[in-house]
Write a protein that binds this ligand. Structure first.
Ligand code: T1G
Length: 694
């Protein structure tokens, strides 16, 4: 029998000496996640420092792209492996010699907690720091909620822990989270800093520092003020409140007690459904970037210059994404007035961002300086990528792509921003269908993060890879969709809209349907969304032709918020109120169609508007219009505001249990009539006890 050779796993942690400074280096690609081997190595390194009198100080640093980017999320849900991260951080802090954290890249979550366990922290200027645990439905569970307020102050800790947003090294330095910003060789500076502080006693242990808690101790009202100021943003989420509670404990209790509260709150979140959903979504979002069955060696095409056709709301928003990423844009319109209006809106949007301090005036000018407006179609010829954002009509699109086929240089990517139309049909009228792809941006295109990359039957692999990489560059989350009516997101919107409208005739009110969706966690319900987007979208524009409630509203100018009235009435501050006029229209329609109105319960609304979305998602999967169920979830979280603490429609269906979804749909099947048919995949999975998502 061959001996099992226990190949020694090389520790990701190594140590070296520079004079009397021990340098502890982590090399654990891709992001130096604090997996078990790293944790063991860090403890061993501190023991080495303690056991060697010639060591007077320690530097902890990381190779590769970043300082520790947090606990290893792949370990979550598995049996814990010692040493726990809190133990590692305490070991560092209890070291009898000064430990300096040398920070570059993104010191996040447990990574920042390790840095807080160190006695000093130096960083390069472009480093960023954060505690994004809240985005995973968690809180910093290795002492972070107790040490961060002591080092950076309570207000900063509240903001960082509940938003999960990164702060720049400069901001971190300003609040005392970083002791020194350095330029150039980080290790050298960190060692030099260690030399400077090696004899300073007592060591500045974060857990022992109380000076920054005094203000909050004197004014505990800041916690409720913070809760109130952020109530809308935190609505439905459990983790933000747990983070606030942990920081309240840091202020009200000694460290040793506060850290027990932190542990209990952490374990409560970790065992909850929201954290499981948000951890699932973390990986779902990254998986969406991967395209199945594309040759690994596929190279992207260079995109140095982008052309946009149409300077309307979408064309302008799309252009801004590229301009903000430093990519020049040539924008084409049919007439000067439309061109000027479009570029004027873009400038106004940038200036509005600058007025909120999120951009400098110089950045606005730099972005606008990359824009070339033109009325001459030929000016688009040397663009590497063209995106048409013109009227949503097939013959208009075909005309544009015919002209593009004549004008564009070989190898240029020809993209349509269509929300519904058939990309294969558009590609077929060109001599280069392999260069045609759909790039479906969501309005407002410069804000919404979702981008559906619509893969035509003949779209070339390198065109897809280019689109996915470009999406990341312009800070979008891209999902590959197949060619079907509405692709992924809008296709699932359809059964929801159909059933929601029928429910109005059968007895529900717009505010009841919307309330059910808002209580579920959506930012708004179907009718609030219609009023925001425009009730007249897709309307045939003939006021004499009234075939449904929507036609009736449009016919009397109730086009939504932009007209001060839609499904709701709006005051001058656009606050909605139920409309007796709309209620009468609905009841008249119901009478005309012989629909007997009845009391409708919330559960029926959930089954007919949310369960039907899941059913449509299953059809999208079985038709191969989405690569995986998690992609559908990414579309709905980023495209429509599905509450991420429920993971997305498909994850949520799994958490409800597919048999329950099927049962609910069977209950409503008769009422839904021919508008509904079961997905085979959904029925099969429910029957076999399977799930859509792992
Ligand atoms: N654990 C495991 N894998 C991770 C990881 C992590 N923390 N972070 C990233 N990865 C993987 C990711 O899945 C991808 O894998 C690859 O690294 C590159 O990631 C106790 C409990 C650091 C800003 O939440 O924000 O600490 O797809 O594509 O765009 O209090 O990754 O290549 O196989 O995102 O350059 C807290 C999450 C954890 C940080 C880099 N930390 N990561 O962005 O690369 S909880 C986080 C990020 C915690 C403690 C608590 C980003 C990044 P693959 P990427 P990127």
């Amino acid at each position: 029998m061959t001996d099992v050779i226990d190949t020694p796993t090389i520790s990701p942690i190594s140590t070296s000496r520079h004079g009397d400074v021990l340098i502890v280096t982590s090399n654990n690609p891709p992001v130096n996640a604090l997996g078990a081997a790293v944790r063991r190595g860090l403890v061993a390194a501190i023991e080495e420092a303690e056991g060697d009198d010639s060591v007077k100080a320690v530097v902890i640093r990381c190779e590769g792209q970043t300082f520790f980017a947090g606990a290893d999320i792949t370990e979550f849900g598995k049996p814990p492996v010692m040493p726990w991260l809190p133990t590692v951080v305490d070991t560092i802090e209890n070291c009898s010699k000064p430990v300096v954290a040398a920070i570059h890249g993104t010191a996040l979550g447990g990574g920042l907690e390790v840095a807080l366990g160190c006695h000093y922290r130096v960083a390069v200027r472009d480093a960023r720091l954060g505690v994004p645990e809240v985005k995973l439905g968690l809180l910093p569970g290795a002492g972070g909620t107790q040490r961060l307020p002591r080092v950076a102050g309570v207000q900063k800790a509240l903001e960082m822990c509940t938003s999960g947003a990164m702060v720049s090294a400069k901001d971190a330095c300003a609040v005392g989270l970083i002791d020194r910003l350095v330029d150039g060789e980080l290790v050298q500076h960190a060692v030099a800093y260690a030399e400077e502080v090696k004899n300073i006693r007592p060591l500045p242990r974060s857990s022992e520092r109380d000076e920054k808690l005094a203000e909050a101790r004197a004014n505990p009202a800041i916690f409720d003020e913070f809760r109130k100021a952020n109530a809308r943003k935190f609505r439905g989420f459990e983790a933000p409140e747990a983070n606030i509670k942990a920081i309240e404990a840091a202020v009200a209790k000694p460290y040793a007690e506060g850290v027990i509260d932190e542990r209990n709150l952490f374990m409560g979140l970790m065992s909850g459904t929201q954290s499981r959903a948000q951890q699932y979504f973390f990986f779902a979002e990254r998986k969406a970037a991967k395209i199945d069955n594309i040759p690994d060696d596929t190279k992207p095409r260079p995109v140095k210059k982008v052309g946009v056709i149409g300077a309307g709301t979408m064309g302008g928003g799309i252009s801004m994404n590229f301009l903000s990423a430093g990519i020049p844009v040539t924008i084409f319109e049919m007439n000067q007035e439309a061109l000027d209006r479009g570029t004027g809106v873009m400038r106004k949007n940038y200036e509005a961002t600058a007025s909120k301090g999120r951009m400098t005036g110089e950045q606005v000018e730099r972005a606008m300086g990359l824009l070339t407006p033109t009325l001459d179609f030929a000016d688009l010829a040397d663009c590497d990528l063209i995106i048409e954002a013109v009227f949503e009509q097939m013959d208009v699109k075909k005309d544009i792509f015919t002209r593009l086929d004549e004008v564009m240089k070989p190898g240029a990517i020809l993209a349509s921003n269509t929300s519904y139309l058939n990309i294969d049909e558009i590609a077929a009228i060109t001599s280069r269908p392999e260069d045609v792809v759909g790039l479906h941006f969501f309005s407002p295109a410069n804000i919404m993060k979702l981008l559906e990359v619509v893969r035509g039957a003949r779209t070339a692999p390198d065109v897809l890879i280019t689109a996915m990489q470009l999406a990341k560059k312009i800070r979008k989350v891209a999902v590959v969709a197949g060619v079907c009516h509405g692709f992924i997101g809008n296709r699932m919107l359809m059964p929801r809209q159909i059933e929601a409208t029928k429910l109005l005739l059968e007895g529900a009110t717009p505010e009841q349907v919307d309330r059910v969706h808002v209580e579920f966690g959506m930012p708004m319900g179907p009718f609030q969304m219609a009023d925001l987007a425009g009730v007249d979208i897709g309307w045939h524009r003939d006021p004499s032709r009234i075939e449904n409630v929507r036609d009736a509203l449009c016919a009397i100018d109730r086009w939504g918020q932009k007209k001060g009235a839609g499904f709701y009435d709006y005051d001058d501050k656009r606050r909605p109120s139920p409309s007796p006029v709309v209620q009468q229209i609905i009841e008249d329609f119901a009478a005309k169609q012989g629909v007997t109105r009845r009391q409708i319960d919330d559960e029926e609304i959930v089954e007919r508007t949310l369960y039907t979305m899941v059913n449509e998602g299953a059809k999208i999967l079985e038709e191969g219009m989405a690569q995986r169920a998690s992609d559908i979830d990414v579309v709905w979280v980023y495209g429509y505001g599905w509450p991420v603490y429920r993971g997305g429609p498909m994850f949520w269906a799994d958490s409800q249990g597919l048999p329950k979804i099927v049962e609910g749909l069977k209950r409503q099947e008769q009422r839904m009539g021919s508008d509904f048919s079961f997905s085979r995949l959904l029925l099969d999975k429910a029957e076999k006890g399977e799930k859509f998502t792992r």
